[in-house]
Every structure is written in structure tokens, then in C-alpha cells.
Write a protein that binds this ligand. Sequence first.
Ligand SMILES: NC(=O)C1=CN([C@@H]2O[C@H](COP(=O)(O)OP(=O)(O)OC[C@H]3O[C@@H](n4cnc5c(N)ncnc54)[C@H](O)[C@@H]3O)[C@@H](O)[C@H]2O)[C@@H](O)CC1
Ligand SMILES: Nc1ncnc2c1ncn2[C@@H]1O[C@H](COP(=O)(O)OP(=O)(O)O)[C@@H](O)[C@H]1O
Ligand SMILES: [K+]
Length: 493
Amino acid sequence: MRTAYSVETVRNAERELMARLPEGALMQRAAAGLAAACADLLGGGSGAGRVSAVGRVYGSKVVVLAGSGANGGDALYAGARLAARGARVWAVPLAADRTHEGGLAALLGAGGRVADDPFEVLAVADLVLDGITGIGGRGGLRPDAVPVARAARGGRGVIVAVDLPSGVEADSGEVAGEALRADATVTFGAYKPGLLIDPAREYAGALRLVDIGLGPYLPSVPELEALQHEDVARLLPAPTGESDKYRRGVVGIVAGSARYPGAAVLAVAGALRGGAGAVRYVGPGGDAVIAHYPETLVHEGPPSKAGRVQAWAVGPGLGDGPGVADALASDVPVLVDADGLRLLDPATVRARTAPTLLTPHAGEAAALLGVDRAEVESGRLAAVRELAARYGATVLLKGSTTLVASPDQGVPVRVNPTGTPWLATAGSGDVLSGLAGSLLASGLDPRDAASAAAYLHGLAGRLASHGAPVTAHEVAEAVRGAWRDVVGVRAGA
Ligand SMILES: NC(=O)C1=CN([C@@H]2O[C@H](COP(=O)(O)OP(=O)(O)OC[C@H]3O[C@@H](n4cnc5c(N)ncnc54)[C@H](O)[C@@H]3O)[C@@H](O)[C@H]2O)[C@@H](O)CC1
Ligand SMILES: Nc1ncnc2c1ncn2[C@@H]1O[C@H](COP(=O)(O)OP(=O)(O)O)[C@@H](O)[C@H]1O
Ligand SMILES: [K+]
């Protein structure tokens, strides 16, 4: 599990740890880890967007952009370490009289210099350390930092953000104004939410975490968590000798309409790959569904007359078709997506006795919240939390970063680490609905079902795409490969 902690939590932990260490020790740990990561990148270490051409630290040209806080201190001390290994290092202090004194002295003592002309050195730098702001930064870059940041980006050097790319909001992932896009970010003690959530995540490049000993002082519950293969493997259902199709769970799919018949097929395609023992389709698209998947049980509806299911997934391509209210009136978990989300009444959802899972994209989330789509996209974390609270439901917010929030207090939001922008293709959300509904039917709680489905769906997207366009149907077909990859089954086994 990868975890992320808010600025306040990180600062509290740092305070406790610092009280037990000699003055300045923590900054030295950070600087040592940062310098090691830079040496790796200068040596051609991969992972970052740009790769340094110099091949070694000795003789390389390094520029340190130093803001007025401790973030600048980290960068300057790391610069000093690189200078001691033979790099030519220039400092560019951005707040002349408030530069970290100890850091600057260390850099000058190791043979580094203050740049006479920042733009001249940025043009030739092999590596630029962005120490303008870290967790103390507020708002985008200040105007005086903007030309320097642009020159850094315009040069050929690898840009390494210290703790965070300067200009991004650590707690929310928002970017209010201009920020410095990095090739790699070396972060200290813990990931911050902004490093994992777009738009800020886009600015961070490859992530590296430097352990500065904060672990024992961080609370057990983070603000944000990202499942990894082993976490998802533990969640996925596996049939046993006792299993039969009903015990494995039956998922009901309410999707498709005369206008969108394909949505029924795609939602069923996802559901069939999701671990339920049977898929029951309810709606007008039964013929198309059977033509593609004869293993589906079909019924014209309404859902309450279609037979017992352990969970419903309602909404993809439904248009104004019926079925949402009927499914919501049931006593089993219900996933509501797409057209099912229109006019969804919070009171109806809150009154349900079984869990509800909503899966909006940014446009649907914006409509539910009564705000602009851009507001949701720039503040995903706040939007998903607000929706979960308002509806008393688990919410999976789709998009470039997929987030899953629980309505319960003190439960970390999950951020999905898999996926590819190639998933932005018509119908891929329908596949996700079916997949998540199937996992709900097989007994996962809504938060686990949503995050495991997003994980598999994102991985399937990557496997099916391999860097080329992919269709929703192919994503569904690749789910089995993703599942095997997650549970560690090798081909041929
Ligand atoms: N607290 C600790 O124990 C440790 C902190 N560390 C470093 O310290 C950083 C936090 O240091 P600080 O609290 O001094 O804060 P920062 O260095 O992140 O930034 C604060 C300074 O930046 C200025 N500033 C704020 N917003 C700005 C903007 N938009 N544009 C330009 N300047 C802006 C402020 O006026 C202030 O002087 C961390 O991110 C990390 O890099 C590390 O050394 C590890 C240990
Ligand atoms: N830029 C992106 N990067 C990664 N994944 C994306 C991006 N845009 C969309 N997706 C994913 O693609 C799927 C699209 O779903 P949705 O918006 O419901 O489309 P549709 O209604 O056509 O099925 C979701 O899983 C979403 O998270
Ligand atoms: K920074």
C-alpha cells in the first residue's frame, strides 16, 4: 500500500522526530537522499522524463533554485554534496536576503557559486534542483520565480523537484497558477496527496520517497492510500470447492436503451470478468447481449421482477429508461453510473439500508454538486469527499486520476495508481461499472469493489493498449490478463 499524508500531519510528525534529533539532522537526511537521487539521475538513472547525458556527477553542471524556506535549504545542502563530488554547482537565490544561510554557506564551502546570470547557467545545466517551495508553498509560483522556472523548463537539464514541484498544492493536488514541471520528484518522509492526484501529479514526474525516519511518528490512518498488486490480490474473490454460481454472487445489470444498445453489452462484458458467478441483464438490450454473451441471464424488467441478485449496477446507456428507482428500492448493494446519476436524489440514497456506490466522471460529478466541471477537475479530492458526504454513499470519481471516497469519517480516500489516458474512449466506463458491480455481488464492500475494479480496469487498459488506441471491448477482454497479473498467475500455469 502506498500512503500519503497531509502537510499538517507531516509537520506534526517532523516536529516530534526533530525533538529527538540534533539540530539540522533531519534536513541533512533529506539532503543526503536528494543528492543520492540526483547522482543517480546524472549517472543516467532512468525513470525521469528527461535523461541526463553526462553519465556522472563529476564535471556535471547543476543549478539550485533556492526559495526562502527549508525547501531551499534541502536543495542547497544537496547541491553542496554534489559539488563535493566534483559537480559545478550554481545557486540561484530567489529571495535574496532570506536564503537558507546554512545551506548557502555549505554550498559555497564545497566550491559552489551564486550564479551571476541565472538564465545563462540554466541554459547549460545538466540538472536543476527545484527548491523554490515545498510544503510551505501557497498558491502558484510568485511572479519573480516564473521567468526562472520557465528558463529551467526551456533548458536541457533534468528537473528534480525537492519534496514537491513548486507551485502545486500539497494537500489537494490543485495547481493555482503557474508551477514548475519536474522530470522527477524526490519527496521526504511521506508522499503528499498532491503527488498522487492530478493536476499536480502531472507536474511531479517520476516519484522517489526518501526515508528520513518519519514512519513511527505518522498516524496509522493516512489521508490517501493507493492499492498495489498485493493489496488487490488479497481482495479479489477466488472460488473454493464449496462454491457454486449463486454463492459466488449474481450481479444484475440495468443498462442500455434503444439509443445506446452497446452500453448493455459492454457493462455485461465487464460484469462477466468480475468474479460473480452469474450475470443477470435487465432491460431492452437482451438480444444484443445474448448475441455477444450467451452465458448471460436476460430479463425485460423491471429489476424487482427479474430474480434475486446480490448487487445491481444501473445506469450505463440507460437514457430515460426505467429501473434506477426499482434497483435503489432493493435491499442489496447498488452501483449507480452514467444516466442513473441524473436527478439522483441524496435523500433516496441516504435512506437505503444497503450500500450505494456512485461512479461519476467529472461532468456527472459537477452536475450532482451543482458546480462547473473545471472545478471538479481542479479539485478532485474535495469533490469526491463532498459527494460521498452528501449522498452517504461510496463515490468513485473517474478521470485522469480515479479516486474512491467512503462516506464514513476517518477512512482514507483511495487513489488508483493504474490506468492510461487511452482509457478515455467511449464505453470504457460501462465496462468499469459492470466489473465493479460484479465485485460488489461477490461480496466486496463498496470501497474495495470500487478500488479493485478501478485497479483491474486501469491495468487492463494498459495491457490492451500498449501505447496504442484501445476500445472498450478490448479493455473488457484484457481484464482476465490483469486479474492474473495481480494474483501472480503466470501464463501457462
Ligand atoms: N520541517 C522539517 O523538519 C523538514 C522540512 N524539510 C523541507 O522543508 C520544506 C518546508 O519548509 P518551509 O516550511 O520553510 O516551507 P517552504 O520552503 O516550502 O516554503 C516557505 C517559503 O516559501 C515562500 N513561499 C510561499 N509560497 C510561495 C510561492 N507561491 N512562491 C514563492 N515563494 C513562496 C514563503 O514566503 C516561505 O518563505 C519541506 O517541503 C521540505 O523540503 C526537509 O528538510 C525535511 C525536514
Ligand atoms: N485522461 C484519462 N486518463 C486515464 N483514464 C481516464 C482518462 N479519462 C478517462 N479515463 C478513464 O476512462 C473511463 C471512461 O469512463 P466514462 O467517462 O464513464 O466513459 P464512457 O461513458 O464513455 O464509458 C474511466 O474509467 C476513466 O477513469
Ligand atoms: K520544490
